[in-house]
Design a binder for this molecule. Structure first.
Ligand code: GDD
Ligand code: MN
Length: 394
């Protein structure tokens, strides 16, 4: 990864810097650093910078703008440098791996303001709201979100699918941020710079605000309503790959917050998916007339294989370094105890409580839960466990 800072761009070179210090006489240091990650925003960045300049000059806010561009092929960096405005604009060009969050982290590392504010370049975040966000941190908030979901906030032009997506994604953050923030996914936020320690920051994908909310543990989170506008020119880069990245990012944040619990939680989530596989197949096999004991074996076995791959991918993260074809037989062997427990208990209930046979799925669930506990312990320590020598090196 190469990082290069382009010469500071201002309207009229040195004159403009002087002009900026005239309009911002309170301090030689910036009060605010506005960080804008960009990728292919050459059509939007000039208008955005002009609107930011207008509002910070009018409100007398000593401000630097840092545009962090991932070497956009459409010439965004150059477009940013060429805008004539009376405030300091620093343009960072990153070459190498692309990434919104990582770009913001790079911007945070070089920011000089007492407060930092992050916003999108595509005009969805109105720069006219900057003074409102700043007012909140000035009066003691640790972290301020330009929020769509507090009263007065708006989202324009969001499709039903995008809205649902956003709500579900927000719900998944609930254990991490609690009711502290209604819009933790927002890309428009402002916080005190001294609250940020960039070293533990390790975001993937889009949700840098969420990363900061979790890792900087701000006490006093305030949400300021904003009108989330429609995008200016160009298109959103939030695609399916980014949504999968979001799940990986969430997993990391849960791991960071609750190193052990998160693994058990994931194992149970995988177990739940296995239960759905098991019950669906079971219902299907009973429907086509297979005998109960046989149907149990078949559906447990299929669920076991699907659990193996999901656990290997999501629960025991280091397991991916091992050879799956060796791990699978171990997993099957270890889980066969769980299978015996599961099978025996559900069959015992089938025999002992004939009056409840119409709800035989209940017998299966009790079997599954008891089997799962033994599966987790064996998987963690035997199948995907680290060897002692290897663990010592980590
Ligand atoms: N440097 C850099 N590198 N910037 C990027 C990259 C990248 O790989 N991908 C996108 N950006 C920039 C865009 O140019 C824009 O300024 C900003 O990041 C947001 O990108 P969009 O592609 O417009 O995102 P969005 O509108 O779908 O998502 C926004 O709203 C979400 C809430 O609904 C973002 O603000 C998200 O962070 C936010 O969660
Ligand atoms: Mn956008």
């Amino acid at each position: 990864m190469t990082l290069s800072e382009q010469p500071i761009s201002t309207a009229k070179g040195k004159d403009a810097i002087r002009e900026a210090s005239v309009t911002t006489p309170r301090s030689s240091v910036f009060e605010l650093s506005v960080i804008i990650p960009t990728y292919n925003e050459s059509k939007n960045i000039p208008e955005l910078l002009r609107r930011i300049a207008r509002v910070v000059v009018e409100k007398d806010i000593p401000c630097e703008v840092i545009v962090v561009d991932d070497n956009s092929p459409d010439g965004t960096a150059e477009a940013a440098k060429n805008v004539e405005i009376p405030i300091v604009v620093r343009v960072i060009k990153r070459t190498g791996e692309r990434g919104l969050s990582q770009s913001v982290v790079d911007g945070l590392r070089i920011a000089q303001g007492m407060y930092v504010l992050v916003m999108d370049a595509d005009l969805q975040h109105p720069p006219e709201s900057i003074p409102n966000l700043l007012a909140a941190v000035r009066t003691g908030a640790d972290f301020v979100i330009g929020s769509r979901y507090v009263s007065g906030g708006r989202t324009n032009d969001f499709s039903f699918y995008r809205k649902l997506n956003s709500r579900v994604a927000t719900l998944l953050t609930l254990p991490l941020v609690g009711r502290n923030a209604l819009d933790p996914m927002a890309g428009f936020f402002c916080l005190r710079r001294d609250l940020i320690d960039t070293s533990p920051l390790n975001p993937i994908g889009y949700k840098i605000g969420l990363e900061l909310l979790v890792k900087c543990s701000p006490q006093n989170v305030v949400e300021v309503p904003i009108r989330f506008s429609s995008r200016g020119a160009g298109e959103s880069k939030l695609n399916l790959a980014e949504q999968l990245n979001y799940l990986r990012h969430l997993r990391r944040l849960y791991d960071w917050r609750w190193p052990n619990l998160s693994q058990i939680g994931m194992f149970c989530a995988v177990g739940t998916s296995g239960m759905i596989v098991d019950l669906t197949l079971m219902t299907l096999l009973m429907y086509v007339g297979m005998a109960f004991p046989l149907a149990r074996i078949a559906s447990i076995a299929v669920a076991m294989v699907s659990n193996f791959f999901l656990n290997r991918w999501m629960t025991f993260l280091r397991a991916r370094q091992g050879d799956w074809s060796r791990q699978l037989p171990k997993f099957v062997a270890a889980c066969s105890l769980g299978l015996v427990i599961n099978w025996s208990i559900s069959n015992a209930l089938w025999i002992l409580i004939p009056s409840l046979r119409w709800a035989y799925q209940l017998f299966c669930v009790v079997g599954i839960i008891t089997g799962t506990a033994s599966n987790y312990i064996l998987s963690k320590y035997v199948v995907f466990g680290k060897k002692k020598a290897q663990a010592a090196h980590e």
